[in-house]
Design a protein around this ligand. Structure first.
Ligand code: ZN
Length: 326
């Protein structure tokens, strides 16, 4: 922990006083260099799920934004290229990297963001609750859009007890789907059943993991947050015809075999889903505001405790998400 000078917003930027910032597995991944390992990035303040209030604006930013309650959009996209303009900001053709990786993020009292990345969030949503909007909830909204989840469809979520998974279950249910959550830890399985009212399935061994008999043992959509060869293979084997496997978690040099025959005979789709659009952040905020999605933040930490929360994330023992609070 170090004292730094108060950063100043440059042209097109805003200074945000951080109220809270989420601590999830994505942070662990980029601390490990998975989202960029350029040595010139260091030292760096991590933290991309920040919520706070605009305290100052740089040249070119409407001064009316002072005092606005904002949340951060994770991707440093340009906002002007064809992909950004059509609402696929994560596929930006002039992509500038990630908040918390290519520029300082929210594990600090103040953060400077491009105005593009500071999106309005209602003051009625408590700061810690709001930290689950920009990534965990909004990413789940994008998954439902990508995989065209329809009312009544059966959606299974692999690694449902993690920070993303617990919100994915709730968002898929908000889209009208029937949902089940797969995970391995008893505490996570119990939380999924008792707190979310969602059926939980122990997937410690994929060879013995079955979807509900009432679903005929298959699903229309399987969301794989594990990203392992065995999880993806299990998903393909347990999809109904017209099924969709959604992949979000990736590791370098990891893949799984699939035949064209399987894809054609079942008319199966394997879909990559990348973060979300800024509009989907607003949808996610609405879902939290109206109470359809209940934020799951099991650990609130001061700045000095962030290291121990990250250790819990590495050990897989944290339920839902953690959050830094000031
Ligand atoms: Zn762009």
């Amino acid at each position: 922990m170090v004292d730094l000078d108060l950063p100043e917003p440059c042209r097109g930027e805003v200074l945000v006083r951080v109220e809270a910032c989420g601590i999830g597995l994505t942070v662990v991944n980029y601390i490990d260099g998975e989202l960029g390992d350029d040595p010139s990035f260091l030292p760096r303040i991590p933290g991309h799920e920040l919520v706070g209030t605009v305290e100052a604006v740089g040249p070119g930013v409407d001064p009316a934004r002072m005092g606005e309650r904002v949340m951060a959009y994770f991707y440093l996209s340009c906002g002007r290229c064809p992909r950004c303009l059509e609402g696929f900001e994560p596929l930006c053709r002039d992509f500038g990297g990630f908040l918390g990786v290519a520029r300082d993020g929210g594990f600090a009292q103040f953060a400077v963001l491009p105005e593009f990345n500071a999106l309005s969030v209602p003051a009625d949503i408590e700061a810690v609750d709001a930290t689950v909007i920009p990534d965990a909830t909004a990413t789940s909204v994008h998954v439902c859009h990508r995989s065209t989840v329809r009312p009544g469809e059966r959606v299974a979520v692999i690694a449902a007890g993690g920070g993303l998974g617990l919100h994915m279950l709730q968002v898929a249910r908000a889209f009208g789907a029937q949902v089940v959550g797969l995970d391995v830890a008893d505490e996570k399985l119990a939380f999924i059943e008792d707190e979310l009212g969602v059926a939980a399935i122990d997937s410690s061994d994929f060879a013995d993991t079955r979807l509900p008999a009432s679903w005929d043992g298959t699903a229309d959509v399987i969301v794989d947050f594990l990203g392992r060869p065995d999880s993806a293979r299990w998903a393909i084997d347990n999809l109904d015809s017209n099924g969709r496997l959604v992949c979000l978690t990736v590791f370098r040099d990891t893949g799984f075999p699939i035949s064209q025959r399987e894809l054609v005979l079942g008319q199966t789709a394997v879909i990559g889903s990348r973060y979300c659009s800024r509009t989907e952040l607003q949808t996610a905020a609405d879902l939290v505001l109206c109470g359809v999605v209940k934020p799951v933040v099991s650990r609130k930490a001061g700045i000095a405790e962030i290291g121990s929360v990250i250790q819990e994330l590495r050990a897989g023992s944290l339920l839902g998400r953690g959050a830094l609070v000031w």
